[in-house]
Every structure is written in structure tokens, then in C-alpha cells.
Write a new protein. Structure first.
Length: 161
């Protein structure tokens, strides 16, 4: 079974999370004769289906987003059923290194992300790990405790990204 591909990002207008498909829209036709794009030529949008009443067609909604907050869904959920995205901060007891110490990780994309595996950057001790998209992490106590955008205080100990 393959992992569901979806994204989340913060909207430009209201600074709230939206979910759907990420799209980088070039607002004008680019000339093949040496034209170059500028930042203002590109819009970053999240595309999703809008609401519709019974038997009415559903339109596609494109929401302008902050491209610095885009995170892909890992295909995993935490112990409470919350979806885990890139940029989330997760916590769990890592029995491979310690039976009782709780570890905090930042979920990052890695070279194996496309193979249902995501990279975890450890905040506590700089021990990095991977979790597979099939539940192969140390135990089932993994929990999302925040994210790097809304909870920067959770990563004060982290020296570099």
C-alpha cells in the first residue's frame, strides 16, 4: 500500500493551517529566449476541493500560502491519531538508546522520504533516526507535541537546523 501524498502550509491571509496539494504557480508565460523568473512571478498555493451542497459540483479552491511553512504528510499518525508532517516536533521513549529517557525529534524529509521513510532530527542529544511509513519505530508512544512554526520554544536546545 502506498502512502497518501498531501501537504500542509500556513495561509498568507490568516496565518492558519490549510491542507491539500501544494502547487507552485507561475503567474505569466516565460519566454524561452532567456527570460528569468522573479519572486513576484511565482505564487505558492494549496489546492483542495471546496464545500458543496448535495448534488452540486465541487469547485477547486486555491489558497495562497507561505512557502516556508510547507510540510509533507509522512503517512504516519501519532498515538492519538494525529497526522505527522514535516516540521512537526514529536516525542517518544527510544528503547534503543534508553529505557526511560524521552526524546524529542523534528520531522524532516530525508533521502529516503520517497520510500515511506522520514528523517528525525534529535533535539536532546543529536542522535538522528528514521521512522518508516509502516510503523517501524521503537514503540507506539510517539506523540506530536508541536511544530517548528507554532512552537519555537520546543527547539531552543537545537543549535542548528
Amino acid at each position: 500500500m502506498s502512502r497518501e501524498i498531501k501537504f500542509r502550509a500556513k495561509t498568507l491571509a490568516q496565518d492558519v493551517w490549510c491542507y491539500g496539494s501544494y502547487f507552485e504557480h507561475i503567474k505569466r508565460q516565460v519566454s524561452p529566449l532567456g527570460d528569468s523568473l522573479k519572486d513576484e512571478d511565482i505564487e505558492h498555493v494549496m489546492i483542495s476541493s471546496s464545500f458543496a451542497d448535495w448534488n452540486m459540483p465541487r469547485r477547486i479552491e486555491a489558497i495562497l500560502i507561505n512557502p516556508n511553512t510547507v510540510g509533507q504528510y509522512t503517512g504516519e499518525r501519532d498515538i492519538g491519531g494525529k497526522e505527522i508532517y514535516e516540521g512537526d516536533i514529536i516525542e517518544f521513549n527510544d528503547v534503543e538508546y534508553s529505557d526511560s529517557l524521552s526524546h524529542k525529534f523534528i520531522v524532516r524529509s530525508g533521502e529516503d522520504f520517497h520510500r515511506d521513510c522520514c528523517y528525525l532530527q534529535n533535539i536532546n542529544e543529536y542522535i538522528d533516526r528514521y521512522i518508516k511509513g509502516n510503523g517501524e519505530y521503537p514503540d507506539d508512544s510517539i506523540q506530536v507535541i508541536g511544530n517548528i512554526y507554532d512552537n519555537p520554544e520546543l527547539i531552543k536546545e537545537c543549535e542548528e537546523w
